[in-house]
Ligand binder design. Structure first.
Ligand code: GLN
Length: 252
């Protein structure tokens, strides 16, 4: 009988060890680090830096979990989460109805909006979405910028959409003349232009309604959703959130 109990217990232990990512003392997080100032790679140290990185590390600390972050392709983040490779995804990811059909989102942690990045030479000529007729818009694939550009193209207000794996690639497309404008999140446009002062680009103001970033979690893990939401609440109450916000956006 004792032997049987031991056998069952070790089988249970083995089973629990083989459950990927969930339930341990580690929070396995996926991101796509081409989205400064939310997530990017420090060129010198290779470290993942940014607002989201600080926030998720603070969430982990609050929950007593070690945080491990992987940098993968944007378009692979939700599939990887659905595949249970990660406990959570934080990537400046806008909470949308379509995404919320497949994953859970935490409470919103950041309010954002889309803008248009234009070439210096188009200043005064392209002032908003109404001036894009005949133009090619570069976007990062499957982002809200892509969805907005696709809508504009379908309405005939844009010639076509050129889709790229990363935001920097879409910026590059305009610099080399393969596209005319970029549709991207405003804080990221600001950060990219500040980091690349030589680029002959500038950004407009908001072009759409505000959107909200959330941390994505597997629908089968409602306990973690609750834990992350309570950690976010605590970080807002104890001033940590404001500290992180000021660190990355303090000058605005
Ligand atoms: N906020 C945009 C979206 O969720 C872009 C995110 C990103 O490129 N990291 O679609």
């Amino acid at each position: 009988m004792k032997k049987l109990t031991a056998l069952v217990l070790s089988a249970l232990l083995l089973f629990s060890l083989s459950i990927p990512a969930w339930g341990g003392g580690t929070l396995k997080v996926g991101t796509e680090a081409g989205f400064m100032p939310f997530e990017y790679v420090d060129e010198k140290t290779g470290e993942l830096l940014g607002f989201d990185m600080d926030l998720i590390r603070a969430v982990g600390e609050t929950l007593g979990l070690k945080v491990e972050i992987d940098n993968i392709h944007w378009d692979g983040l939700i599939p990887a989460l659905l595949n249970k490779n990660y406990d959570a995804v934080i990537a400046g990811m806008t909470i949308t109805e379509e995404r919320a059909a497949s994953v859970n989102f935490s409470e919103p942690y950041f309010e954002s909006v889309l803008t248009i990045v234009i070439k210096d030479q188009d200043q005064g000529l392209i002032k908003g979405t109404e001036d894009l007729t005949g133009k090619i818009a570069a976007v990062q694939i499957n982002t809200t910028g892509d969805f907005e550009a696709t809508d504009l193209a379908e309405a005939g207000a844009l010639k076509s959409v050129a889709r790229f794996d990363t935001v920097p690639d879409s910026m590059q497309a305009v610099l080399v003349g393969a596209a005319d404008v970029i549709l991207v999140d405003l804080p990221v446009a600001k950060s990219y232009l500040a980091a690349n002062p030589g680029a002959p680009l500038q950004h407009l103001g908001p072009i759409t309604d505000n959107e909200f970033y959330g941390i994505a979690i597997h629908k089968q893990n409602p306990e973690l959703l609750e834990q992350i939401n309570s950690a976010l609440k605590q970080l807002q109450a104890d001033g940590t959130y404001d500290q992180i916000f000021d660190k990355w956006f303090g000058t605005e």
